[in-house]
Design a protein around this ligand. Structure first.
Ligand code: NAP
Ligand code: 12T
Length: 347
């Protein structure tokens, strides 16, 4: 435990990510002197128990951040755009879970196992990368360090919990209604604010977040741009296709990579991954063992399996990468960033 305790605020404390942040702060005995739980007006007044003590949720307003030293934000991009500057102005260091500041050159975008040192250049805001980016980069970093990286092609199979509590509810209710032979009216997925909505139950939707002018979705462009930024490799070739599937928790990814240096055996890659913090290798075809979304729920590691060499080139590898999107993909990485700031004496 650190000698100092901090005045902490959690913005979006009633949400899918915020509630996990609270669990993780509790489990890891984060050094908290005082805690503010913030949300929209809708949840103001709600009671939440933290470390055996009852807290009342308050509406997040600029004045909420008076005296706050560390603020964790996961209440959506527009909330962060409005309130993060207010928190910073009042002296808080913000760890932001939204995409609002991720590509800002002044904002470190950090996965502690990969680029913890980037925290040294922060100006009050640190961004937590996108969930799909985080798990992919934790799996690729040990390979990149030893063999270099030329190219990444990823297809994702993403859980609905990434889109919040209302999306989880939509999947559950739709599944039940369809099995009972009822009509369904999709309202949330793929993107609540977009023009059209599609059934997610018994389906696969190739759209996560809004379309960009180049034909990619924003989720795909986040994976592409964030990967280049975190690896400090603007020249890296990255392609992504992001798909929503009817799973509640756990994103799965089929990742194809080409390394600079070819010739590594599959066993060498497995060993590199086993030795890397935050990675668990589950890869035994003979025993039919590979990572599964159902097995990663509530775990903080990134699980890697199905490691195999491409049949046509000796620097090509295929991997199957699975992690709990709300834990390493969001809440755990966010808390780890704050722990790193403390460890490095940056707060
Ligand atoms: P969620 O379950 O829908 O929860 C949203 C939270 O934000 C709730 O606590 C909600 O409070 C609060 N909120 C909404 N509008 C607000 C406002 N105007 N002012 C203050 N608080 C407000 O969503 P979630 O899944 O937790 O995700 C929240 C955000 O985190 C996302 O929008 C995304 O930007 C980010 N996120 C990041 C990752 C990642 O990849 N790292 C993954 C998932 C989510 P009420 O209870 O009052 O509605
Ligand atoms: N729309 O933090 O819908 O950029 O799964 C993460 C997940 C945005 C983000 C999702 C999203 C983010 C989703």
């Amino acid at each position: 435990m650190s000698a100092t305790n901090y005045h902490v605020a959690v913005v979006g404390a009633t949400g899918a990510v915020g509630s996990k942040i609270l669990n993780i702060l509790e489990e890891r005995q984060f050094p908290i002197a005082s805690l503010k739980l913030l949300s929209s007006k809708r949840s103001a007044g709600k009671k939440i128990i933290f470390r055996g003590k009852e807290y009342t949720v308050e509406e997040a307003v600029p004045e909420s951040f008076e005296g706050v030293q560390i603020a964790f934000f996961s209440a959506g991009g527009s909330v962060s755009k409005n309130l993060v500057p207010e928190a910073v102005k009042r002296g808080a260091i913000v760890v932001d879970n939204t995409s609002a500041f991720r590509m800002d050159p002044d904002t470190p975008l950090v996965i502690p196992e990969v680029n913890e040192e980037d925290l040294r250049h922060h100006k009050g805001i640190i961004s937590n990368p996108n969930c799909s980016t985080i798990q992919m980069l934790v799996a690729l970093e040990p390979i990149r360090r030893k063999f270099g990286l030329k190219r990444v092609i990823v297809s994702t199979y993403q859980a609905v919990s990434g889109a919040g509590l209302t999306a989880i509810e939509e999947l559950k209710q739709q599944t039940k209604d369809i099995l009972e032979g009822k009509e369904v009216t999709p309202e949330i997925l793929p993107v609540a604010s977009d023009k059209k909505h599609y059934q997610i139950a018994f389906n696969a939707i190739p759209q996560i977040d809004l379309f960009q002018d180049n034909g990619y979705t924003f989720e795909e462009m986040k994976m592409i741009n964030e990967t280049k930024k975190i690896f400090h490799m603007p020249e890296l070739e990255v392609a992504a296709t992001c798909v929503r599937i009817p799973v509640i928790t756990g994103h799965s990814e089929s990742v194809y990579i080409e390394t600079e240096k070819g010739g590594a055996t599959v066993e060498e890659i497995r060993q590199l991954l086993r030795d890397f913090p935050g990675v668990t290798v589950v890869d035994d075809p003979e025993q039919q063992l590979y990572p599964l979304a159902t097995e990663c729920v509530d775990k903080s590691d990134v699980f890697v399996g199905r490691i195999r060499r491409d049949l046509n080139r000796d620097n090509g590898y295929h991997l199957w990468v699975v992690s709990d999107n709300l834990i390493k993909g969001a809440a755990f990485n966010t808390v780890q960033i704050a722990e790193s700031l403390i460890k490095l004496g940056l707060i």
